[in-house]
Design a protein around this ligand. Sequence first.
Ligand code: NAD
Ligand code: DAO
Ligand code: ZN
Ligand code: ZN
Length: 370
Amino acid sequence: MKSRAAVAWEAGKPLSIEEIDVAGPRAGEVLVRIVATGVCHTDAFTLSGDDPEGMFPVVLGHEGGGVVEEVGEGVTTLKPGDHVIPLYTPECGECKFCLSGKTNLCQKIRVTQGKGLMPDGTSRFSMGGKPLLHYMGTSTFSEYTVVPEISLAKINKEAPLDKVCLLGCGVTTGIGAVLNTAKVEPGASVAVFGLGGIGLSVVQGAVMAKAGRIVVVDTNPSKFEMAKMLGATDCVNPRDYPDTPIQQVIVDLTDGGVDYSFECIGSVDVMRAALECCHKGWGESIIIGVAGAGQEIRTRPFQLVTGRVWRGSAFGGVKGRSQLPGYVERYMGGEIKIDPMITYTMGLEDINKAFDLMHEGKSIRSVIVY
Ligand code: NAD
Ligand code: DAO
Ligand code: ZN
Ligand code: ZN
């Protein structure tokens, strides 16, 4: 079938709106009509060429919501008309990782997904007979996409897809990092570095966990109003402290450091600051941001010897098929806020504006509605 899509032909160039060919779903696959998709910094990161796994030409997008159009042979858990959120972290329920009880990083289709292909090693996208690659197993920048069954969470049909699409990445990643990875306890102090869709969702998660103090850090002070509205207690702009390392500013503000910190930018320098602003003896720092190809983190090992802990979190540690439907219900019940995060809504033809707004620091999330 034909589908409108935003194609990334090469790194560093704007996306092109094209009419592409989408082949039907094969065994274990599902054809999904994407109704809406968010634009996340990770899409921009891959488009920039800094992503070590980035390959072109590709159909980007991983924060979508849609409706099942057709299922391939052997698909038993979904049917046409079901509402779904595509998952870049699948859940097969039977691999060593799924069975471990210790991680959400299902590895069942990791190799082919990392190569931009479906699990059988081929692509369902093409244009003029030339194959286009899939992205993160989701490719939500196409009106029609093909996704493995294990990479789809079935959700409440009442949920507005142009809002809950953000649970496909940003909102879930931030909230899950607090609740699943850090397991922040009531009364704990928290520092959040970077107030995009991820960092603001960490703020929400910290409020849900009943954290005591929530210190937010961003070089763009226009982000502070939303952070305060969501529950931040202290706002810090590193540019106001040109002579003091930001970790020292936070240590001074919080009587020796925070219990938990979250890096939501992708800067290895900020990752160091986030670790070092943690309290001696027990503070834990969670890396969420994705750093550029070849970059490395550094600190003095004594920071760890003296009790600070460095962790990472992918998709908030959330198992998508079993846990994401519950996040949708928590949105429907008013516990999770998504609407204020959507600063712009636009058609696919304007998708490059969504990238510009993100780079200019003017948006939190833009949602593309097909
Ligand atoms: P974003 O661009 O919307 O937000 C980043 C924020 O960081 C901006 O507000 C910016 O002003 C601020 N910032 C930049 N440099 C700063 C500095 N030196 N000090 C303080 N603030 C600074 O990005 P996003 O969509 O929220 O994504 C954030 C990061 O999370 C990205 O690296 C993205 O790739 C990553 N990510 C990770 C996961 C995961 O599962 N681990 C999932 C999604 C996104
Ligand atoms: O299992 O090795 C693996 C890959 C897991 C992918 C998790 C990616 C999380 C960070 C990228 C941000 C996604 C938007
Ligand atoms: Zn994302
Ligand atoms: Zn698995």
